[in-house]
Design a protein around this ligand. Structure first.
Ligand code: C2O
Ligand code: CU
Ligand code: CU
Length: 508
């Protein structure tokens, strides 16, 4: 073969190779584009809001001779009719989906008789509650099938919208997803500003969850391809109702929004552009109403809002694409481009007058950062905190009782994280050095930490020292938590050390 011929052959091979490469690249781009475009989810325009929103019943406590208010909560498995395609296998408390709303006043002593009526070991945690670690319902307080666990404590914290949900090491996502969750409202008789407050009438719980169903109504927890946060559903369920509307009969309605979803972040507002007032955040009322047209809640967070309606008004509470602060692809695959209608508000032709909204809602006596005895750093990255994966036998932080601390939380990864320490409510000191905006300036127990961001929070650790029982701190994106993005702290008397082995009934 002469060299010209060989050259020609090589040219042909190269040309063919380049052709194949271009074709492959085009295929990859096309697949990527398809993949990218199908990752956006929305139900806007698909709903007719035919179903009246369910309101979880208020739990009726039994009152003992010493005044203790005893609530019975029984884990129950069964079937729920969430969608028209057919029944779903679900869990609830005292019912087959979600649980009753527990309500208590500051100063009340409560006992929760939690019975496990399902066939898996689980737990029930009181999210946002200030209480002894043994009563907290975290991964160390497992309740076996058939057993009853009876934590008791005295409620001592500001009026707030808290909630309860299972909290196992590694299986929280699955147990919460099945529907075991509910609200826990705290009232403070000494701090009761004018706000709509008749439960179920003008004071409405909104437990927002996203679900996916297969064709027969079965719940599916498959994560969409490309999602770093795990499960993101295509169907919104509010208080167990899909396609819901809320009949409104008063001029003002207060919505207690709880993001009880596994990973989805909601950015709530109204398509007609109306503004509303945010009056509360996770762990208490704001100092004053904050007028706004959006409120964003990440998993675990709550927001209380008050909306004004005119007679005959129909409007929709919608989740607009949230601001995740992640990359271009992160936004798309972690739900940042998604939009969902949540619930339609239907005002009656005549509305009962509401009290005017108070100017001052609460005094938030922030812990003084100058009194902080230490600043602890928490680096969130991958599914780790400070490079560690959750270990039930390891205590990560030891806090001395009766001190103030600053916790500096940095998201060094590219994923959305929602940071939640147990026991304390905190104030956000700053976000990348800037003072927090009004919605983040009240009492919080969970805070969204966007990628690349450092948030400093300040909290007081006033009481409940117990070297044998740890509290959790973790990411509330449940897949992250289950993968080990959680750690443990104990509160001890000055000079004491953690001693988990001494925990009564310790079996780890
Ligand atoms: Cu909502 Cu550690 O929990
Ligand atoms: Cu919690
Ligand atoms: Cu996370």
């Amino acid at each position: 073969m002469n060299t010209r011929l060989a050259n020609l052959r090589w040219k042909r091979i190269i040309a063919a190779g380049a052709g194949v490469a271009v074709l492959l690249a085009a295929l990859v781009v096309a697949a990527g584009a398809w993949f990218y475009s199908q990752a956006r989810q929305s139900n806007v325009g698909d709903l007719d809001f035919a179903n009246e929103l369910a309101i979880p019943p208020l739990a009726e406590p039994a009152i003992e001779a010493d005044g203790t208010r005893v609530f019975d909560l029984r884990f129950t498995a069964g079937q729920s009719h969430l969608v028209e395609d057919g029944p779903s296998d679900t869990w609830g408390l005292n019912g087959t989906y979600l649980g009753p709303t527990v309500r208590a006043e500051r100063g009340d002593t409560v006992r929760m008789d939690v019975t496990n009526g399902v066939d898996e070991t689980t737990t029930l945690h009181w999210h946002g509650m200030h209480l002894p670690a043994r009563m907290d319902g975290g991964p160390h307080q497992m309740v076996a099938p058939g057993d009853t666990w009876s934590p008791t404590w005295t409620v001592d914290q500001p009026a707030a919208t808290l909630w309860y949900h299972p909290h196992l090491d590694g299986e929280t996502a699955e147990h919460v997803y099945r529907g075991a969750a509910g609200m826990f409202l705290i009232d403070d008789p000494d701090e009761a500003p004018d706000l709509p407050d008749t439960y179920g009438l003008d004071d409405i719980p909104l437990i927002i969850q996203d679900k996916s169903f297969d064709g027969d109504g079965d719940l599916s927890m498959r994560s969409p391809l490309g999602s770093g946060v795990g499960f993101l559903g295509d169907t919104i369920v509010v208080n167990g109702t899909t396609n819901p509307h809320l009949p409104v009969t008063t001029e003002l309605v207060r919505l207690r929004v709880l993001n009880a979803s596994n990973a989805r972040i909601y950015n709530l507002g109204f398509p007609d552009g109306r503004s509303f007032w945010q009056v509360g955040s996770d762990a208490g009322l704001l100092e004053r109403p904050h007028e706004t047209d959006r409120v964003q809640v990440s998993p675990g967070e709550r927001a209380e809002i008050v909306v004004a309606l005119a007679p005959g008004d129909e409007t929709v509470l919608r989740s607009f694409p949230p601001d995740l602060g992640t990359s271009f692809f992160g936004e798309r695959f972690d739900g940042g481009d998604d939009s969902f209608d949540i619930v339609q508000l239907r005002a009656a032709a005549e509305l009962a007058p509401s009290p005017g909204l108070a100017d001052e809602l609460a005094t938030v006596d922030a812990p003084d950062p100058d009194e902080a005895v230490t600043t602890r750093e928490f680096t969130l990255s991958g599914s780790r905190i400070n490079g560690e994966k959750m270990d039930m036998a390891r205590v990560d932080e030891v806090v001395t009782v009766d001190t103030t601390e600053i916790w500096e939380v940095t998201n060094r990864g590219d994923q959305p994280h929602s940071f939640h320490p147990h026991l304390v409510h905190f104030r956000v000191l700053d976000i990348d050095g800037e003072a927090p905006p009004p919605p983040l300036a009240g009492w919080k127990d969970t805070v969204y930490v966007p990628p690349g961001t450092t948030i400093r929070i300040v909290a007081r650790f006033d009481d409940h020292a117990d070297p044998t029982a740890p509290y959790m701190f973790h990411c509330h994106v449940l897949r992250h938590e289950d993968r080990g993005m959680m750690g443990q702290f104990v509160v001890v008397e000055r000079g004491d050390e953690a001693d988990l082995a001494a925990m009564p009934g310790h079996d780890h």
